[in-house]
Design a protein around this ligand. Sequence first.
Ligand code: GAL
Length: 675
Amino acid sequence: MPLFRSAGPHRLPRLDALVYGGDYNPEQWPEDIWAEDVALMRQAGVNLVSLGVFSWALLEPEPGVFDFGWLDRVFDLLAAGGIAVALATPTAAPPPWFARANPDSLPVTRDGRRLGAGSRQAICPSSPAFAEAAVRIAGKLAERYGHRDNLMLWHVFNEYMAPTGECYCEQSVQHFRHWLRDRYTNLDSLNEAWGTTFWGQRYGDWDEIDAPRTAPSAVNPAQRLDFARFTDAAWLECFRRERDAIRTHSPDIPVTTNFQDARCKGLNQWAWAAEVDVVSNGHYLVAEENENHIGLALAADLTRGVAAGGSWLLMEHSTSAVNWQERNIAKRPGEMARNSLAHFARGADGIMFFQWRASRFGQEKFHSAMLPHGGTDTRIWREVVELGATLAVLGEARGAQVAGDVAVVWDWESWWALELDWRPSADVRYVDQVRRWYEQLWRSHLTVDFVAPEAELGRYPLVVVPSLYLTTEAAAKNLRGYVEAGGTLVVSFFSGIVDENDAVVPGAVPGALRDLLGITIEEFLPLRAGERVTVAAVESGPGPGWSGTIWTDDLRLREAEPFAVYEDGPAAGKPAVTRNRVGAGTAWYVSTALDGPGLKALLDRIGAARPAFAGLPETVEVVRRVGAGAEYVTVINHGEHEATLPIAGVELVVGAEVPELVVPGGQVRVVRRTV
Ligand code: GAL
């Protein structure tokens, strides 16, 4: 599927190439630099820039007074240079006059502090003043630029809910009450869903309901979960309003907003994906982490999942260091290309950066850019030019679909619920648990498709469900159907516990998945900080085992058989890993956070999925994209030593027909083979 998938009458791919470019903020520079910018963009092979992301204060210097002259000139220069534009609505940074005129549009934190305006995203999503002003500027931009030849994409706002996006002001409370009335219709239903007989919270009037602000003790978890849903919905309304204002004037140009993959907890991206024409993402490495490319792979796979397996656009990443981590480690030579091509391998049809030219001033002046402070006589610039040339030859792979080997279930609502107060262990963090499984699948050279719990799973030989604490009936039914039809399911601890109201599924735990897993859990036995337990496989008898942390269960077998047992710890002698045959398939349960080698050994033992290429060094990443008549195999060598793979075809990066593929340490190769 091409990047610009059709979700209606829109979506015309205007670029016959992979996208390459970055955020372009010409307003930070004197006008005489703009022509040089365009010339250098051409030199680097840039074909798309994201324009105007934070330019509201310049475009509308006074309420209702617009100045588009400078943007007209930038558009003209870019058009003359053959460079397309992703035009942003600048609404993530309202002008100072807006906050001054509408102090009640500034967000209020959970503990009641109103935040200041001197940064960005200082917005209450329920502010009517913001809604009106945002729609006005979005509409004006669409009216003026919607028919420009080099306009390729609309980029609404910037990273919704980064960092949090919650607001507890009076306007939000009113909006929350409306949202609750729509959801529950009457107070009896709300009282029941929220379990308000607990701690005597029964509501007799809608106006008694508040946002779940900081209170002397833990706040009703169902209320908090609904507030998370409401906040997500409130921002989605903001997006829809701007998108629809744009479409009035510019119906043919696709609209996106840049997500933040697994870093953004607040947006239920499964729902948002249906509202955008193009899925786009911004990704930044946890630079200090060893093997940070595994986190990158996870983010890219998640974004592709959100794009329903289709192509997506990497709207931002960095050429080298960012400036907002504790220690901003610079990328080493070749790392930017490896990162960029890993995104490409995992379905990105465009690679963009924050930002084109490094800012001289402001909060992000120490952030790397395509054109560094040092100009063109720099390693980064040379690598940027080289990457542009590589992407140009890889353009033929555009639209090719990534061939996923296994599915991992991902769920935002379950994440929200899992991390509320007073869970059995604060050490169970959702992304950490997903990451544990993901990492071992990555080391096994298996490509992961992230899927929603209700997604069609039939084509996967293996489906992994990490800590799906909140499991709806529909999800449980879906997982059961998958196993009955012959699938292999692996579920990890603290799954199937509560329903969509954070109420324990009636009967023995784990209610929603009990029958499928063939077990009951008599008691959760979470571990102390740093505590390790030993897990031994039943079949191989006791001996040096795997270790588990964070969690164990007092687990009873029903239909399931034990696969591994605890040798020590609070669950000593009890099953640690079980399997249950259901219909034509098998459902496994893993009741602790196994260490990496243990998890990998278990996955090997389950053996349901096999990588396309066996026997590769762990540091070699291989991902396939399948297009019409050709398959593109990207091989990224994260190790220092040369790797040889039995892949024959046309290697596109260096440009040669190869009988087998040799990838030097630190390099990337992409082979086209005929299928
Ligand atoms: C992104 C943001 C950009 C820039 C970048 C720096 O999250 O969208 O505007 O701030 O981070 O890494």
